[in-house]
Design a protein around this ligand. Structure first.
Ligand SMILES: *Cc1c(COP(=O)(O)O)cnc(C)c1O
Length: 427
């Protein structure tokens, strides 16, 4: 796409956008004047699909009407409720339905997966994560290391950007896996790094790490619904994600989990068990001995929280209709346009932390205000007052994520227009 820095260009790009009607499927937050805000925070909390309320209401109605009978007689029976999400979730994850399950929340799933796939022994005991990792992931990783009686100082390898750089060099990451691989039990990396927006080559990482005998897990909190994924083909051992960011499942929505098919029937793997992971055929015999289901479902603990799964169904349906390939095409054009306009109009006052190569990022761009701009927080407050919802990270980073489901070229244009005006004012 050949970009132009004009409102007319943005309008015609929207006219030509085949996914434009999808915006109508979401509730857009509005400002005091009733006009929709420019919502660039879908990487943090996705918008509500209009159909979500209906699905939740139907569950409340069925509960009123049927009470305990709803387990079997609800419009969407509660006992196998989570199974409805498997096909569409598998599509997004690039997985077989057997390999995915909707359950718990992200950090819980990360712990459950580490119980099974981080199994340090004397020679192979280390856990590789990125630096700085999302705090919850680091807490989880460090606590698992300690749980197994190892000292994080030696057992936790944290690989970050080089001094003065913002992104992690993939060559550094690969060299580290190559050099330390024999001592690494688990490589745990993000699909897209939450702070910098950097996307990793999950196929190459998995290939190399597995060749070294390491287990490989991905945190896809910022990747699922953002990038096309091929977890099965790449061969990752597990992956976890939340459903409230790009997946628009609502605050605290039920999260997701992938376990590769090669582990589907490895019933001897250590795991923390619960009755919902037990064989469906015999679950209600209520016997004392745990007999896990094959596949990712075998890691479930509890019966599913119906009211917080319902909105996820609404959102997955939209993803299914749109298709991740088409969404990615639009995302590349949209984020590309954002980058182009920032270069054209704010170049000397904004630095991008996010890599510029298309394959090394998703929707999000992380923008660092130029040094000396002490009034960043005031500038950001003005940006909000002008109807823009973005994300401020101390000390001086603004994260913006135009998402292809509901954002437009016009919004990207108006965002950069406002930002440029404020930068002029605050310079
Ligand atoms: C959003 C996010 C989380 C949040 O974890 P919850 O368990 O859902 O609260 C964890 N890790 C990463 C990388 C995230 O981006």
């Amino acid at each position: 796409m050949k970009y132009e820095p004009t409102a007319d260009f943005a309008a015609s790009a929207d006219d030509a956008d085949p996914l434009r009607p999808l915006r109508e499927k979401f509730h857009l937050p509005a400002g005091d004047d009733g006009a929709p805000l420019i919502y660039f925070c879908g990487n943090s909390l996705g918008l509500q699909p209009k159909h979500a309320a209906r699905l939740v209401e139907e569950e409340l109605e069925d509960w009123q009407r049927l009470a305990v009978q709803g387990h079997l007689q609800a419009r969407r029976p509660w006992l196998p409720y989570h199974e409805q999400l498997a096909a569409h979730t598998a599509e997004l994850a690039g997985a077989e339905p057997l390999e995915v399950v909707s359950m718990n929340t992200l950090t819980v799933n990360l712990h459950l997966m580490m119980v099974s796939f981080y199994r340090p022994v004397s020679e192979r005991y280390r856990l590789l994560i990125e630096k700085p990792a999302f705090p919850s992931d680091r807490y989880a990783a460090e606590s698992q290391v300690r749980f197994h009686g190892f000292d994080p100082a030696g057992a936790l390898i944290e690989i970050g950007p080089r001094e003065g750089e913002e992104a992690i060099r993939e060559a550094d990451l690969m060299a580290c896996i190559e050099r330390e691989g024999k001592s690494i039990a688990l490589v745990l990396l993000p699909g897209v790094q939450y702070y910098s927006g950097q996307a990793f080559d999950m196929a190459a990482i998995t290939r190399l790490a597995r060749a070294q005998g390491c287990m490989v897990g991905f945190d896809l909190a910022h990747a699922i619904g953002n990038l096309p994924l091929e977890l099965h083909g790449w061969g990752a051992d597990f992956a976890v994600w939340c459903s409230y960011k790009y997946l628009n499942g609502g605050p605290g929505a039920v999260a997701g989990c992938f376990v590769h098919a090669r582990h589907a029937r490895q019933f001897e793997l250590p795991r923390f068990a619960g009755w919902w992971g037990h064989d469906k055929a015999t679950r209600f015999r209520m016997g004392p001995t745990f007999s896990p289901l094959p596949g990712a479902e075998g890691w479930q603990l509890s019966n599913p929280p119906i009211l917080s799964l319902a909105p996820v169904i609404a959102s997955l349906e939209i993803f299914h209709q749109a298709g991740m390939a088409a969404l990615r095409r639009k995302a590349l054009a949209l984020t590309g346009y954002l980058e182009y306009l920032l270069r054209e109009r704010c170049a000397d006052r904004i630095r991008m932390l996010t890599p510029t190569a298309a394959e090394a990022r998703g929707c999000q761009l992380s923008l660092k205000l130029a040094a000396g701009l002490e009034r960043g927080p005031a500038l950001f407050a003005e940006l909000e007052a002008s109807g823009i919802v973005a994300d401020w990270r101390e000390p001086d980073v603004i994260r913006v994520a135009p998402v292809p489901l509901y954002n437009s070229f016009d919004e990207v244009y108006r965002f950069v227009d406002s930002l440029q005006r404020l930068l002029n004012q605050y310079a």
